[in-house]
Write a protein that binds this ligand. Structure first.
Ligand SMILES: Cc1ncc(C[n+]2csc(CCOP(=O)(O)OP(=O)(O)O)c2C)c(N)n1
Ligand SMILES: [Mg+2]
Length: 321
């Protein structure tokens, strides 16, 4: 598999940005200054980035409650995201959405979503519009193993095949829905679910950017070429709790330490590209430093930005009261 240098560098930058953003949020959330809930994507970076590396701004994605990584992978800037999470006027949704409702329609990012199983029906609508407009775009739903059991998800798999939609269903299987293991909660398996709805099934290692990139590329080409929907099952792991503040008493001792030590997608990526002579360590170091500065600047700016005022309350809503 040949991947152009600019795609490799861009993908590394996205993965590093997600990691830095999330590790920083973990620290900032503990200060009590951030309102609402925060669900971190740390450890799952290669999934969002490996999929979105194949997309343009015309393609659409729908995300989950664990949405920061998908936003960054689709090109949303860290300044607007950080301000949004802090609930500030300068946020990408003017501080009214918060962590779980970050959206930027101009980039085809249809939104993080507090409703588990909310994304798959949305992308059926988006995919229908791509098909009707003949714009050559695809719509992607990211959703978790827990969300894979929702009726809305299963109905969407059905509808996507019935309407032969350019849709890709990306199951980010991190083994848990909150504190419940997917081995307990998911009947059968994702492969048979895809087959049951008549769509091809692809599977990849979510700790390995190259595995996700190659597999997602095949599934996205399938959908883009008019062959109907596909499912991509990504095996990955979350490094933090379900939400910030989760004591993770349901996880085995040493589980997260082992993930960090042996299954870090950024370490894997760096080793692979430097050993193969595809990118130089110095170029990656430059990215690391630039990203650190960008996230620091985003936090400083977010904390200094004004909160929404009462007059903003009824702006940007569909209904006038
Ligand atoms: C319809 C609905 N049911 C329940 C919840 C509460 N809830 C929030 S996240 C979550 C678990 C989701 O697990 P999964 O889809 O595997 O995603 P993960 O958190 O592992 O990324 C649940 C049950 C919700 N937000 N929406
Ligand atoms: Mg899960």
């Amino acid at each position: 598999m040949q991947i152009a240098r600019d795609i490799l560098l861009r993908s590394y930058r996205s993965m590093r940005t997600i990691r830095e953003f999330e590790e920083r949020l973990h620290v900032e959330f503990a200060t009590g200054e951030i309102p609402g809930f925060v669900h971190l994507y740390c450890g799952e970076e290669a999934s969002g980035v490996g999929v979105c590396a194949h997309l343009t701004d015309t393609d659409t994605i729908a995300s989950t409650h664990r949405g920061h990584g998908h936003c960054i992978a689709k090109g949303v800037g860290v300044d607007g995201m950080m301000a949004e999470i802090y609930g500030r006027q300068t946020g990408v949704c003017r501080g009214k959405g918060g962590s779980m409702h970050i959206a930027d329609l101009s980039l085809g990012m249809l939104g993080a979503n507090g409703i588990v199983g909310g994304g798959p029906p949305l992308i059926c609508g988006a995919a229908l519009s791509h098909k009707t407009l003949k714009d050559g775009a695809v719509a992607i739903a990211f959703y978790g193993d827990g969300a894979s059991n929702e009726g809305s998800t299963l109905e969407s798999l059905n509808l996507a095949t019935v309407w032969n939609l350019p849709a890709v269903f990306v199951v980010e299987d991190n083994g848990y829905g909150e504190a419940t293991g997917s081995s307990y909660a998911c009947a059968g398996n994702q492969k048979d679910r895809a087959a049951g709805f008549g769509m091809p099934y692809f599977e990849c290692d979510g700790n390995d950017f190259f595995s996700v990139y190659q597999t997602a590329g095949e599934a996205i080409s399938h959908a883009r070429n008019g062959n109907g929907p596909a499912m991509v099952h990504v095996h990955l792991a979350r490094w933090y709790g379900h939400f910030e503040g989760d004591a993770m008493t349901y996880r085995a001792e040493g589980e997260v330490a082992e993930l960090r030590a042996d299954h870090d997608c950024l370490v894997n990526f760096r080793r692979r590209v430097t050993e193969a002579g595809l990118l130089e360590a110095a170029a990656l170091d430059d990215v690391d430093m630039a990203v650190k500065d960008a996230v620091e600047a985003a936090v400083v700016a977010a904390k200094a930005a004004p909160l929404p005022v009462e007059d903003d309350l009824l702006k940007d809503v569909y209904v006038s009261y």
